[in-house]
Structures are given as structure tokens and as C-alpha cells.
Design a protein around this ligand. Structure first.
Ligand code: DAK
Length: 254
């Protein structure tokens, strides 16, 4: 991989976008590499959590690569947008928890990639925004759809129409990030470890229920939840979790 660094820590993979000279901007090659690694990870049963971060201390991802986009034809732009959508949809739907560790600028496509992750932890220097409107384009990697689902329509429109950049505290205030901490990567790893210690089947089901359920009507989503709940009772993890409670001990899931 030319533009990605991969670091495996037990059941956690830290995936670092590594184009620090371009503030980790997403060009086509980087998106293709992301697609490839996500396809492999989908089949990899050894990894339960993916943490995505950016190289260096200045940027998470400063957006799609403007220099590469500058001379794109409409046809190329469509291909680029579809590739971006495919990568972000994979992040959203992969059978693992995905955490964004935002360590600097998360702008445009970078903010959109963070929005596709399940959870966002921000370092104190993190900055977020959708500046596309100032470049004469609409967001192309899901920003007009995922941002309002996370922060609400009014705040999303304010950010999308102004193109303004907000700091980590403001991002926390509007619910764009889960937490602001001195070291987002350390926080992400700690959270990942705590999730790994829980029932694996339940963890995977919960992610899927929340992601899929948000696109369903409540009635259908609740039926889906009931089915997943029932399925848990055919796992050894449910037996272990509940016996541990009655025996007043900590569960040992694996
Ligand atoms: N693309 C390419 N290069 C970038 C970049 C980007 N998004 N952001 C920064 N760089 C490069 C800079 O050009 C500079 O390169 P050199 O000049 O050294 O060669 C290097 O990174 C360092 O950046 P600066 O010198 O500018 O650093 P500063 O600290 O002064 O400023 C900054 C940091 C983040 C405020 C500034 O770099 C900046 O404003 N960057 C652009 C941020 C931005 O507008 N991001 C949104 C990009 S638009 C679509 C698909 C996708 C999208 C839209 C449509 N379709 C196909 C429909 C997504 C669009 C976007 O993401």
C-alpha cells in the first residue's frame, strides 16, 4: 500500500492515511487502496475493530484531493464520487466497529469519511468542515446525507452552506464527535479494547442493528431487533454472560 499504513494490535487494526505532504487528501489511488483493504478486512475474522486516522499531527484528512479533481470531466467526477461512496459505504456497513481518530483537519471528504465511521474521537486540535460550497461544488462523499442524520437538518445546512470550519469543542457541542481528548488515538484504542472484551456476537449485531435500523421504519426495525435478540440465545456468549452475572463473577467471552 502506497498511501496507507497498517498496524495490527491484537484484534485492532489502525489504518493511517499517509499523505502528510498533501494533508492526507484523498486521491483516487488512496481510495482504491482503502477499498482493497476494506474488502480484505470484511473477510478477516481476526480483526474486530478498525481505527482510521491521519499521518502527522496536522490533519486527519483535508478533503478529497483538489489538485486531482481540478481538471476532472463530469464523467471522471462521477466515477470519483462513486468510488468515494463505495469506500464510505463499506466503512459504514463492515462487520466490525470503525472508529475515526480525528487528529487535525477533517474537511470535505475527510469530514465525510469520519461521518461514515461508527464513532468519532477528536484530538483538541481537530477541525471540521464542509468547505465544498466555496469551491463551487456540492459535497460528493455523502455529506449532505450523513451530516443531517448526525447533527440535525438546521446545523447541517448551516455548516454545508457556510463552508465554515469549526473546532473540536464546537464539533462536540453539536454532536459531531463523541469526545474531545488530548490523544484521540489512545482514546480510540482504549474504547476498542473495552468493546473487544464484550460478547463478540452481540457487538456485531448491535452495530448492524443501529446502522441498518436507521434506514428502516421503526416498526420494521423493532422486529429486526427482536430477531437479533432471539439469536443471541443460541450463542455460548449469552450463556456465559448470564451465568457470570448470577455467579457474581466477570464473564469470560473468549
Ligand atoms: N487537496 C490537495 N492538496 C491539499 C488539500 C486538498 N484537499 N489540502 C491541503 N493540500 C496540500 C496543499 O496544497 C499544500 O501542498 P503544497 O502547496 O505544499 O504542495 C499542503 O497540502 C499543505 O497545505 P497548506 O499549505 O494549505 O496548509 P495550511 O496549514 O496553510 O492550510 C488547510 C491548511 C487545511 C486550511 C488548507 O490546506 C486547505 O484549505 N485545504 C483545502 C481544504 C478543503 O477545501 N477541503 C475540501 C476539499 S473538497 C465529489 C467528490 C468528492 C468531493 C466533492 C465532490 N464528486 C466527485 C461529486 C469532496 C470534495 C472535497 O473534499
Amino acid at each position: 500500500m502506497k498511501n496507507l499504513l497498517l498496524d495490527i494490535k491484537g484484534k485492532i487494526m489502525v489504518l493511517t492515511i499517509n499523505r502528510p505532504n498533501a494533508l492526507n487528501a484523498l486521491n483516487r489511488d488512496t481510495l482504491k487502496e482503502l477499498k482493497e483493504i476494506l474488502c480484505e478486512l470484511e473477510k478477516n475474522d481476526q480483526i474486530d475493530v478498525i481505527i482510521i486516522t491521519g499521518s502527522g499531527d496536522k490533519a486527519f484528512i483535508a478533503g478529497a484531493d483538489i489538485k486531482e479533481m481540478e481538471n476532472m470531466t463530469s464523467v471522471e467526477a462521477k466515477g470519483f464520487a462513486l468510488l468515494g461512496h463505495e469506500v464510505l459505504n463499506r466503512i459504514e456497513n463492515i462487520n466490525k466497529l470503525v472508529i475515526a481518530s480525528v487528529n487535525g483537519f477533517a474537511l470535505g471528504g475527510g469530514c465525510e469519511l469520519a461521518l461514515a465511521c461508527d464513532i468519532r474521537f477528536a484530538s483538541e486540535n481537530a477541525k471540521f468542515g464542509q468547505p465544498e460550497v466555496g469551491l463551487g461544488i456540492t459535497p460528493g462523499f455523502g455529506g449532505t446525507q450523513r451530516l443531517p442524520r448526525i447533527v440535525g437538518k438546521g446545523i447541517a445546512l448551516e455548516l454545508l452552506l457556510s463552508g465554515k470550519i469549526i473546532n473540536a469543542e464546537e464539533a462536540f457541542r453539536i454532536g459531531l464527535v463523541n469526545k474531545v481528548v488530548p490523544n484521540a488515538l489512545a482514546e480510540a484504542e482504549e474504547f476498542a479494547q473495552s468493546v473487544i472484551s464484550k460478547g463478540r456476537f452481540a457487538v456485531k449485531q448491535i452495530k448492524q442493528l443501529v446502522v441498518d435500523g436507521m434506514n428502516m421504519d421503526l416498526c420494521r426495525a423493532l422486529k429486526y431487533e427482536a430477531e437479533a435478540f432471539a439469536l443471541c440465545f443460541s450463542t455460548s456468549e449469552q450463556k456465559e454472560g448470564m451465568s457470570a452475572f448470577t455467579e457474581k463473577r466477570k464473564p469470560k467471552f473468549s
